[in-house]
Design a protein around this ligand. Sequence first.
Ligand SMILES: *[C@@H]1O[C@H](CO)[C@@H](O)[C@H](O)[C@H]1NC(C)=O
Ligand SMILES: *[C@@H]1O[C@H](CO)[C@@H](O)[C@H](O)[C@H]1NC(C)=O
Length: 960
Amino acid sequence: MCWAIRLCCLVALVRVLGVVASTNNIDDYVGLRALMDGWDNFPPNWDGADPCGSGWEGISCNNGGRVDSITLASINISGQLASDIDKLSDLKILDLSYNTGITGELPSSIGNLKNLTSLIVVGCGFSGQIPPSIGSLQKLVYLSLNLNNFIGEIPASIGNLSNLFWLDIADNKLTGSIPVSKGSTPGLDMLVSAKHFHFGGNQLSGQIPPQLFSSKLPLKHLLLENNRLTGSIPSSLGLVQTLEVIRLDKNLLSGAVPDNLNNLSNIQELYLANNKLTGPLPNLTAMHSLNYVDLSNNTFEETDVPPWFLSLQSLTSLIMENTHIKGELPVSLFSLAQLQTVVLRKNHINGTLNIGSNLNDQLKLIDLQNNFIDAFSPRAGYTAEIILVGNPICNEGITEEYCTVSQNRSDDTYELPNKDCPADLKCSNGEILSPTCKCAYPYSGSLRFRAPSFSDYGSTSTYESLEAALIESFKLHEQPVDSVSILVNPMKNAVGYLVLGLHIFPSDQPYFTRTGIVEIGFMLSNQTFKPPHEFGPFFFKGDVYQYFPDLIGDKHKSSLSKEVIIGAAVGACLLLLLLVVAGVYAFRQKKIAKTASKRSDPFGSWDPNSDSGGVPQLKGGRSFTFEEIKKCTNNFSTTNEIGSGGYGKVYRGTLVNGQLVAIKRAQQGSTQGAMEFKTEIELLSRVHHKNVVGLVGFCFDKGEQMLIYEYVTNGTLKDSLTGKTGIRLDWSRRLRIALGAGRGVHYLHEQANPPIIHRDIKSNNILLDERLNAKVADFGLSKSKPMSEQDKSHLTTQVKGTMGYLDPEYYMTQQLTEKSDVYSFGVVMLELLTSRTPIMKGKYVVREVKEALDKSKNLYNLEPVLDPIVASNVAPGSVERFVDVALRCVQESGVNRPNMSEVVKEIENIMDIAGLNPSNESASTSDNYEGISKGSKDPYANESLFSYSGDYSPAKSESK
Ligand SMILES: *[C@@H]1O[C@H](CO)[C@@H](O)[C@H](O)[C@H]1NC(C)=O
Ligand SMILES: *[C@@H]1O[C@H](CO)[C@@H](O)[C@H](O)[C@H]1NC(C)=O
């Protein structure tokens, strides 16, 4: 009975809401409502009653009036995916890519969407296991789960997806082995239609199962790089004639490379580097199509230069570092027509280097560091960079160019040139000038090429062809795109992906609509766009688009109620029904009204002139009026200016009560939304720790946004390390500073509520007070901000941080964890040891220390790189243990790094050995250190203090 009434009411409700008009199925409506309930920020026009008829953005329907596609890339959805999604039983395409706010598990009910052909959730925040129910999606052809936080094993049931052509599960945290079928248990060897296995960047272990490969498999791309696979490379791999790209690098593979790999004549890119392969160097003579080969860092048998070096006519890149090659290099190597890069570092190449006279223009780099070459006669007119550092020919005193490593070859960032735009054309409001000289808000993101076949990253024409291909593809699919620009940073990331920033500019209007964004996002997430062949396999990581007209100011017209038309309803249920409708409606009205008012004025009724709290909820900070701040900084006089950064300027001020403060004033264009600012100060005001710079208050008045911090007298750690402050940092002081800073970061990670990831730990952000207590500064301010014009020259990934301190894993995956701070902290520890900036003259301190390290020697053989003050320290063992911790912090993989509490604990132990009392961490009283306040130099007169450095992108190197 009850059931009957419920059904009756539902049917009536549907009818009242007008759903019946063109959506035939109540389930679709229920499913979509469930999605909306689980999410914030679904498209504002998901309103009214008819997803199909009234054009809900991101939704399309089939002829039967059923929802068959949901594509919602890059529109900032957050929340969880509702399990009632399975009500949308006609759904064929689901694309939720690039919404990092979608978290939680992929619901198991997804397995009920039996019509699904494409399931794409690239770059979201999904966690938990991949539900085995995915294996019942019999029609699935395209599955992209890459760049999430999935854990656990690859479900064996995926083996049931016999139509699957694309399987991308890369860049997650998957563990266990690659499943293959056994008895009635399915496995990936059953994926007979698969052309793409992209499994890189996980923690997969066990052997690469021989069963996975057969001569019938149409596989083109096998990407297993950066896992923990062991055992030998199965010889069955040599049966897969269709293979074009093999990446097995960065694993723990051992044994000899099977001979029959040589049969794979379609291979273009072969990466076997950084394994433990043994046996003879593979014979690649028959890989006629090979462009890019990297066999570095394996333990192959010593061998002469193999003949295939000279016979592979398509070779662009020959990367064979540390592969035990001996003898002289034949001159004919350098006349290979396509060759761009030769890296043969750390081999036993000897004799004379003869590059002949046939060098082609494309040959850009010949890197033969650390070999035994004793003669070289350079020819006039060659353009390639030749590096012979570490060869006998570069013995001391030789200053030839080829005996130095040039510093800036890898960190140039540039953008393909605009057409000639009038010089006075300047964009405002965060708009960016397009290549066709229009100001607009582009959709940005990065294209990540996992195995490009070229290595001359400086060639503009290569990128022009990519740009042209993009435009053509957008035009072909009738996307509202005016133009695109590519931001080139010719550096590869830690696993050798080539990362290119991309701006896509809108046509017609200066911004995209949601429909425009989700369609473009889908074109890139589902590989409709095919880049020119030489770029190889790729994926796109879109940024959230923040410039929809309703977000950038145009009054957003809510289409809330117009479709709610009370029609003729049915008999007995009418009254109840009306109540339900009224209730739902009122609730939603209220919710929408609340959200809207929150958006426009978060400070609401709050009176900025009172200290009474109210909104915002401050714990400890107070608000200041503009007048107050103006007064205490002497009208923002330049003499009070103590720093500046991308965000604005920093002033020193004295409050009425005599307290010294540092005031960060956001400049025009750098201010955040009021809502964000409020969130920020609420967050910051909750942070109280003696090793963290405290927030005194804020000013949100007269359109200004300022943060007021306690003033820390002795400036930055960097200033002291570089000798600017004259404070002598002996070993015990360094240990105490490390301990204090470590405790500060530990507090942010584990005790602050909510926890804070700093994102920009560096010696510039560690301040020293009058007793040399370390205080961590400038946290919490690195949220993604709307892109300003300054960002134009950088990669437009959302990665924040400072070059030299930036966690390579974070850079690669864009997934931020506490371990990224741990990496940066490790770099600071190395700075404390060496007193060197992390990147100096093209040398990276992490690499320098790792390369010099020899644990069998005194001070680990690091004396040449250590600061003499540290090297002369007497407490035996303490420097070594400090080095051990620092190097654990800078492990490439975050999971191998300690967390901050372990770091703090270990520094305490080290202080114990050194006879220092860790509970008394302040270094000394101010009267027993030298050189305090030399002359009138203000310790704050450092432009990067309080630098708001959140805007730095990796492309912006300090060594610029
Ligand atoms: C390498 O392979 C080619 C053809 O595949 C063969 O002719 C040649 O003898 C092999 N070289 C060696 C050293 O085995
Ligand atoms: C190069 O090294 C090989 C041994 O690896 C040796 O036989 C040869 O004589 C050396 N050549 C020169 C020019 O030193």
